[in-house]
Design a binder for this molecule. Structure first.
Ligand SMILES: C[S@@+](CC[C@H](N)C(=O)[O-])C[C@H]1O[C@@H](n2cnc3c(N)ncnc32)[C@H](O)[C@@H]1O
Length: 286
């Protein structure tokens, strides 16, 4: 079965999903994604029958409202997108600005879906007042309404009855976990430099390490995406050794930036396996 992707999202793990899920044991109760974004791993886990239930959680409220619409009112969301997409024709530049201003007042899911379809690199960016301030990529008109409808309905069908949605800080979400679950964490560090202000709140590293340590003490298995490298250039600071994580590297393809500069470089993303996951029998071949 192909894995649906209801909307584009910068940092989506869609391309790496199968590789990441290869390290997830069979027979788990739930997959919990506390930094879900476009929930590429949850959708793939359901499609590939690696988990019977997923928890999709993120602290971004408009994003989670869009997930609510995908789960409960996908037809209305598809229709809202169609209306916006149709109304933009012939006035795409000005229309994007108007939808962005309206979204900053009203926070409607179809407005976010439209903005994500048209903005630079499908990258959500908010200013310090919490206003969406990403510009349009004027080469993108946004996917056609019938394409978006199909994507939304496919995601809806997969998630219905199998997903719990939560708008919360990751530390709240982690409280739900038991040793029968697996958590996949993709915090807004991977590939993000300190100067990059794409995300509303930069995550406190010490707090993240404390949360990982607490998961270890509760013997909860987790997978963590955290850093990586392009060629010999690494990004992301090292993780504390006391966490006992096993570092693997996944091939993530050619670097588009290097290709633009006329060079060839390959990108690798690190995936960390928690101590409880390393103990799992299915991973003894590693
Ligand atoms: C790298 S993206 C995750 C991308 C995701 N793996 C995917 O496939 O689309 C990180 C996500 O973490 C969310 N986030 C940032 N800070 C958070 C926090 N404190 N608690 C929960 N989510 C947070 C952001 O809104 C963003 O969607």
């Amino acid at each position: 079965m192909s894995v649906p992707q209801p909307f584009p999202y910068q940092g989506s793990k869609r391309r790496l999903a199968k590789a990441i899920l290869g390290y997830m044991p069979d027979g788990i109760a739930r997959l919990i994604e506390p930094f879900a974004g476009s929930a590429a791993i949850s959708l793939a886990a359901l499609a590939l029958r690696k988990a019977p239930h997923v928890v999709i959680a993120d602290s971004d409220q408009p994003l989670m409202a869009m997930w609510q619409a995908i789960l409960h009112t996908p037809e209305a969301l598809a229709e809202g997108y169609r209306a916006l997409w149709q109304a933009q024709l012939g006035q795409e530049r000005a229309f994007y600005e108007r939808v962005r201003a309206a979204f900053n007042r009203e926070r409607c899911p179809e407005q976010l879906l439209y903005l994500l379809s048209r903005c630079v690199k499908a990258s959500v960016r908010y200013n310090e007042r919490g206003e969406f301030n990403q510009s349009a990529d004027h080469r993108r008109k946004g996917a056609k309404p019938q394409t978006v409808r199909k994507r939304l309905m496919d995601a809806h069908t997969l998630l219905k009855g199998r997903a719990t949605l939560l708008c919360a800080d990751y530390r709240e979400t982690l409280k739900l976990a038991t040793p029968h679950d697996v958590i996949y964490l993709d915090p807004p560090y991977a590939g993000v430099t300190q100067r990059d202000k794409r995300y509303r709140a930069q995550l406190d590293r010490a707090a993240l390490f404390e949360a990982l340590d607490a998961l270890n003490k509760r013997q909860i298995p987790y997978l963590l995406s955290y850093d990586g490298r392009t060629g010999a250039k690494t990004y992301g600071a090292p993780l504390p050794e006391h966490l006992g994580l096993l570092r693997l590297e996944l091939y993530a393809g050619r670097s588009s930036q290097a290709t633009l500069n006329g060079k060839h470089a390959f990108t690798y993303e690190a995936l960390y396996l928690s101590p409880a996951l390393q103990e799992h029998s299915c991973l003894t071949t590693l």
